[in-house]
Design a protein around this ligand. Sequence first.
Ligand SMILES: Cc1cc2nc3c(=O)[nH]c(=O)nc-3n(C[C@H](O)[C@H](O)[C@H](O)COP(=O)(O)OP(=O)(O)OC[C@H]3O[C@@H](n4cnc5c(N)ncnc54)[C@H](O)[C@@H]3O)c2cc1C
Length: 233
Amino acid sequence: MASLSNSLQLKHGLTSWCPGSSSLTRRLPSSSIRFRSFVVAASSFSNDNREFVIVGGGNAAGYAARTFVEHGMADGKLCIVSKEAYAPYERPALTKGYLFPLDKKPARLPGFHTCVGSGGERQTPEWYKEKGIEMIYEDPVTGIDTEKQTLTTNSGKLLKYGSLIIATGCTASRFPDKIGGNLPGVHYIRDVADANSLISSLEKAQKVVIVGGGYIGMEVAAAAVAWKLDTSV
Ligand SMILES: Cc1cc2nc3c(=O)[nH]c(=O)nc-3n(C[C@H](O)[C@H](O)[C@H](O)COP(=O)(O)OP(=O)(O)OC[C@H]3O[C@@H](n4cnc5c(N)ncnc54)[C@H](O)[C@@H]3O)c2cc1C
């Protein structure tokens, strides 16, 4: 059983593969993304209806689910295994609206579920049910066995898959413990849980220091100013 972190080749994108069927795989020379024929795969495997499993319940998973539905390949065939407690959502909304104080009408789920960011349908948890997509929440994948084509989850589930898409995204880079990276009041922002934790600090804070002056840092600064806090970047 390979540990998931050791088996990931791409941290920032999608990869899919079909163990033992390399003839189904074609590689584009200019890209590290591998494509394969899902139609052939669907008839090649018997796996308790989980023809396709997506690991990771972020934006990529949500948009992929929409495409599976458009191709009639989701109903009873697609399963999404997510570490988070929520159906895929538009992560950019976290710093563009979620962090704002109540008087600024902050964004809240279900308002920003994928695919509203592209003007598409808002895919709520009910949408996945209606489309026959199995959603497993708050149960991160901890191991993959590519020979047996199975996944293990943190709660001990063993899931068989026909084709696997890894869409585990990325994480915020953290300061090491030895320089205080985990002290109370130090926050990172990547998901709703992080944003909720940051909001609970903003409610009590007087001074906010943001390390990192990219888009996300500047958006957090704008939110801190909306909370009328003394803010430094
Ligand atoms: C605050 C913020 C603001 C942003 N703003 C913008 C913007 O304005 N414009 C823009 O283009 N991009 C923006 N981005 C980046 C954009 O959100 C990402 O590019 C996008 O979320 C990537 O989608 P993804 O599905 O590949 O990965 P992610 O959204 O990171 O989703 C990965 C999912 O996989 C889950 N996961 C990880 N490991 C496991 C596991 N072992 N088992 C199960 N699940 C697992 C994670 O919990 C997560 O839910 C922003 C990002 C953040 C954090």
